[in-house]
Ligand binder design. Structure first.
Ligand SMILES: *[C@@H]1O[C@H](CO)[C@@H](O)[C@H](O)[C@H]1NC(C)=O
Ligand SMILES: *[C@@H]1O[C@H](CO)[C@@H](O)[C@H](O)[C@H]1NC(C)=O
Ligand SMILES: *[C@@H]1O[C@H](CO)[C@@H](O)[C@H](O)[C@H]1NC(C)=O
Ligand SMILES: *[C@@H]1O[C@H](CO)[C@@H](O)[C@H](O)[C@H]1NC(C)=O
Ligand SMILES: *[C@@H]1O[C@H](CO)[C@@H](O)[C@H](O)[C@H]1NC(C)=O
Length: 412
């Protein structure tokens, strides 16, 4: 029986299933009281079908979920659910509270796309794009700001507006990765990808300062910008997007693996290059490297490295799935492995998060093209939070690479 199952698994491109933790037709919130809920609904400040979850990040007993203000009527941008919430469709709790997320609160949070957490330092980092109703009456409510929240006190501990020299008129910040040292939380950096301006912004916590890095590798590949997702055909020019950090190397710095969204190539750079605020090191073209080709239809937004194994996991929007690459091996289309696909629960996987305490990989999928080019059918399940054990996933990624290695002598 086992043998038959295994053969069946190998016959299709992938065999690993993600378990659906939660799913939603549309998103509801736990508001502070019924009065405010009724007021928001009556005023059009809460339009259920316009609230689309996009970013996910798991930390201790919470799962953070962002709802960017793509359209009007987003009730709260930064939210969480309890990790042990047993309901199929939990309501989102505004974080740190509703008032901070209310669009009319002076100095409140407007629209963060994805948050990142430095586990050891217990801080949540996000780049607030400051824009409301992007697809409708696009309004700049506040400048682009980095927001850092202390997860132990639930207090905003830093707000840093990006400098004008960090941005271009096309800048769009939807992804970042935080680089911190567990025993020296002051020495932290946030690397922010600018998918619209084809650049990277580096923020130093210690210096409370930022700088912008540019490189040819941050641009999109013109041959990789054609997408077919859930019946929609569209062209995107998104540049630098996914960022994933390695463990520290012998020199104390890490390798940042990165890719533009509309591209099938993976690149890398040492964090030593990024942390040089004089821009001397990053001005060297050869400080940035091509890791390899991922093969056709491998475009995607985020990726995340499991530091226990060195395996990099990738959201695959053209394949309704998740792929992996073991960074200990050379990257080519045969070492870039599709480990899961599901045409219902993994449609447009938009964010990934690793939960260290349970060793699970979480995926939030939201069928974004349906939202951008049409609207959701609220009678159907539109959003899925799925998860799987990294132990079993990593075995598939490693096994494929072992096969590759064994084949090498025959080729030679
Ligand atoms: C309901 O919540 C809102 C938002 O936090 C608050 O401003 C208001 O005072 C609350 N109203 C009542 C009756 O508690
Ligand atoms: C844009 O704003 C105008 C004026 O405030 C309003 O009439 C219109 O309904 C808004 N459109 C959208 C898509 O929200
Ligand atoms: C960091 O810089 C910003 C902008 O210059 C400033 O508003 C903020 O007060 C500074 N924060 C700290 C902790 O120095
Ligand atoms: C994408 O869809 C278009 C229009 O439906 C079709 O012509 C094209 O062949 C598709 N491309 C791919 C790569 O699937
Ligand atoms: C998902 O849909 C694609 C295209 O329609 C198809 O090629 C693929 O086999 C499907 N995958 C699964 C797991 O059903």
């Amino acid at each position: 029986m086992r043998v038959i199952l295994l053969i069946a698994c190998l016959a299709v491109a992938s065999c690993h299933e993600f378990k659906t933790i939660h799913s939603w037709n549309y998103v509801e919130f736990n508001f502070p009281n019924a009065t405010i809920q009724n007021t928001l609904t009556a005023n059009g400040e809460y339009v259920p079908e316009n609230n689309m979850p996009l970013g996910v990040q798991v930390w201790e007993d919470k799962i953070f979920i962002t709802v960017p203000r793509w359209k009007n009527g987003v009730a709260s941008n930064l939210n969480y659910i309890a990790k042990d919430d047993p309901s199929r469709t939990p309501k989102l709790n505004p974080y740190p509270n509703f008032d901070t997320n209310y669009i009319n609160t002076p100095d409140g949070i407007v629209s963060i796309f994805r948050v990142r957490i430095d586990d050891a330092c217990g801080r949540l980092w996000g780049v607030d794009t400051g824009v409301n109703d992007i697809l409708g009456n696009s309004t700049i409510v506040r400048p682009v700001r980095i927001i850092v929240i202390d997860l132990k006190t639930d207090k905003i501990i830093r707000i840093y507006p990006l400098k004008s020299t960090d941005q271009t008129s096309n800048s769009f910040f939807a992804e970042s990765v935080v680089d911190s040292e567990p025993d020296n939380c002051d020495n932290s950096h946030l690397y922010i990808s600018d998918l619209g301006g084809y650049g990277m912004v580096v923020y130093s916590w210690a210096k409370n300062d930022s700088w912008r890095i540019t490189h040819n590798f941050f641009y999109f590949d013109p041959l990789s910008g054609n997408y077919n997702v859930s019946g929609y055909n569209f062209q995107w020019t998104d540049g630098l997007f996914g960022l994933a950090l390695s463990l520290p190397r012998d020199d104390g710095y890490k390798t940042l693996y990165f890719h533009p969204m509309s591209s099938v190539t993976e690149f890398s750079v040492s964090t030593e290059v990024l942390q040089d605020s004089t821009l001397t090191k990053s001005s060297n073209y050869y400080a940035f490297h091509v890791e390899g080709d991922k093969g056709p239809f491998t475009q995607g937004p985020t990726s995340v490295i499991d530091i226990m194994t060195g395996i990099n996991y990738f959201a695959q929007v053209l394949r309704n799935g998740i792929a992996c690459w073991d960074t200990n091996h050379e990257l080519n289309p045969s070492t870039f492995v599709l480990v899961a696909e599901d045409n219902t629960t993994l449609v447009f996987p938009n964010d990934l998060s690793i939960d260290r305490s349970t060793n699970m990989l979480y995926v939030l999928s939201d069928n974004l093209p349906q939202f951008l080019f049409s609207q959701y059918d609220m009678k159907k399940r539109n959003f899925f939070l799925t998860a799987t054990s990294l132990e079993s996933l990593s075995k598939i990624c490693k096994r494929r690479n072992m096969n590759m290695q064994r084949r090498l002598p025959h080729i030679l």
